[in-house]
Design a protein around this ligand. Structure first.
Ligand code: GTP
Ligand code: ZN
Length: 201
């Protein structure tokens, strides 16, 4: 599969769409109450199919790859590194509706640090899949813990779920918050309080 990890596109955006995928989307349009033969909808099945390949590009992206280039020399820096307010989009695995939010990723280095963009890349590699917020939070934290081997990792995610705002209970402006603490941030209350304060600041 052609996946350019730098620009985060899949193929050239014009790859052929299998006939059964287009037909499935035509069926969905009919089920929704419209006609797939209507002029404005004729090319929609292929557009939707390609859009979904793009929303789900994380399946072709190995999160661990982004943590394969780590640095030993940090000039004696031994305090928390925080990447705050990283915007992301995902889709919930129950309704395939948008999850939109921001993530905060912090770690206390052990022997290594990583280029900060890589933390956001790990997030997107997992977010661009069908998800539940709890698993997304855990997967990001576990990946950093396993591959960067820090003393602690804290991942906090705040997001709104389209399946709650646009359908179902139809309750707007509700934010779901999840957090996953590992190492020192899990075991030591003072360290956890410090990192949460930094995230909230
Ligand atoms: N814990 C959790 N729940 C989620 C997430 N995304 C969506 N959900 C919920 O998943 C649940 C699925 O419930 P079901 O009863 O199987 O589906 P449903 O009948 O469409 O539920 P309603 O949304 O209440 O109409 C809903 O309560 C959603 O709000 C998530 O990331 N984490
Ligand atoms: Zn949902």
């Amino acid at each position: 599969m052609a996946c350019d990890l730098e620009t985060e596109t899949i193929g050239d955006g014009k790859e052929p769409v299998p006939a059964d995928v287009s037909e499935a989307i035509r069926t969905l349009i009919r089920w929704s109450g419209d006609s797939p033969e209507r002029e404005g909808l004729v090319e929609t099945p292929e557009r939707v199919a390609r859009a979904w390949r793009e929303y789900c590009r994380g399946y072709a992206d190995d999160p661990a790859y982004h943590l394969s280039r780590i640095f030993h020399e940090v000039g004696g820096y031994d305090d928390v590194v925080l990447l705050k307010d990283i915007p992301f989009q995902s889709h919930c695995e129950h309704h395939m509706a948008p999850i939109v939010g921001k993530a905060h990723i912090a770690y206390l280095p052990g022997d290594y640090v990583v280029g900060i963009s890589k933390l956001a890349r790990v997030l997107h590699a997992y977010a661009n899949r069908l998800q539940v917020q709890e698993r997304l939070t855990s997967e990001v934290a576990n990946c950093i813990w396993e591959h960067l081997k820090p003393q602690g990792v804290a991942v906090v995610i705040e997001a709104t779920h389209g399946c709650m705002t646009g359908r179902g209970v139809r309750t707007p402006n509700v934010i779901m918050k999840t957090s996953r603490m590992l190492g020192v941030f899990r075991d030591d209350e003072k360290s956890r309080e410090e990192v949460l304060k930094l995230i909230a600041s």
